[in-house]
Ligand binder design. Sequence first.
Ligand SMILES: *Cc1c(COP(=O)(O)O)cnc(C)c1O
Length: 408
Amino acid sequence: MFRINENYIKLPGSYLFSTIGKKVSVYSTAHPDKKIIRLGIGDVTLPLVPAVTEALHGAVDEMGNAETFRGYAPDLGYEFLRKAIADNDYRARGCDIDADEIFISDGAKCDTGNIQEIFSLDNRVAVCDPVYPVYVDSNVMAGRTGTYDSERETWSDVIYMPCTAENRFAPELPGESRTPDLIYLCFPNNPTGATITRAQLQEWVDYAQKKGAVILYDAAYEAYISEEDVPHSIYECEGAKSCAIEFRSFSKNAGFTGVRLGFTVIPKELKCGDVSLHALWARRHGTKYNGAPYIVQRAGEAVYSEAGKAQLKEQVAYYMKNAKYIFNGLKEAGYTVSGGVNSPYIWLKTPKGMSSWEFFDCLLEQVNVVGTPGSGFGPSGEGYFRLTAFGSYENTVEAVDRIRTLQF
Ligand SMILES: *Cc1c(COP(=O)(O)O)cnc(C)c1O
């Protein structure tokens, strides 16, 4: 008789967004006259920019024409896109990354979830706490995380690196007692909106080099970086090419959440003994993935055109204006806030020692604003709350002004 992968049974339910949905629907059914503003969304809301839609239309026409029709895309992506990425995202920043070290995919969620496949099951994983849930859950599915402690909401074989106000939301290097093999880092961070400086990231690269670990670096929010000393890529750090894999996405910088496009960088010099991880990932890609659609890769190329860059700069600026309004408005109202400067996420300390969910209920019921409880991203998120800048400016202003009327 068949048996299932028991690891899936070990996964605790992901109640965060379903619980939020239920609470909001119960409230709005009871109060149909109230206008609820959602600042909990982790999805973009502005439409694709004209440079992108023009590229999509053009590519669709090519696909409908016998002379220009294309079938299967190359496994690792079209050269035109890989070259545009290497030139614009890396060489322009002084990072020596080659087009053939770039793997085009349908997004960073799949890549950050799948990358663990090329590593041994007995590798020890380290993650930030709070964290984007994909890194942990994909390792649970693979059977790499040990047993779950439902009280503490942690896995026995995962190294959690708390990111709290005390360390300014930057993880500290693990102590000598537990050394990780795979280190997931994400900066600018979801959910905290925090960043680390180039010098701080260099410490992680040096640590990984010394311990023989690999850093899995998620840079999905790179486009939101506004400060000089915040690295856009881990390859700005010396030695990173032999110890780091980088993930990027077109979702947050170009509104591709529904279009789907991303990429992973694996430098050829990143090796385990004499086996290159690039070769393993190429093998995996070739066997299990048949390439992002031609149409979408052309749209991705347009992101790097002069028109595309200008239009997207405005789009990011629109969201960042929201972020600034939230950050300043709440700060003036006496909240302890962080993030929002190099990131579309604002992370705030709940007032009066309220739990994340108590504050959620309070915002929903008293001012009809929806956000995301920090505890949903990990135990160290308790007592924090995430607001996002992905709404409309008008709604953002109204939501912040409403929150400011709350008395504690
Ligand atoms: C949104 C997001 C991504 C992007 O995922 P896609 O699959 O490319 O849409 C990756 N990592 C983090 C932390 C994110 O928040």
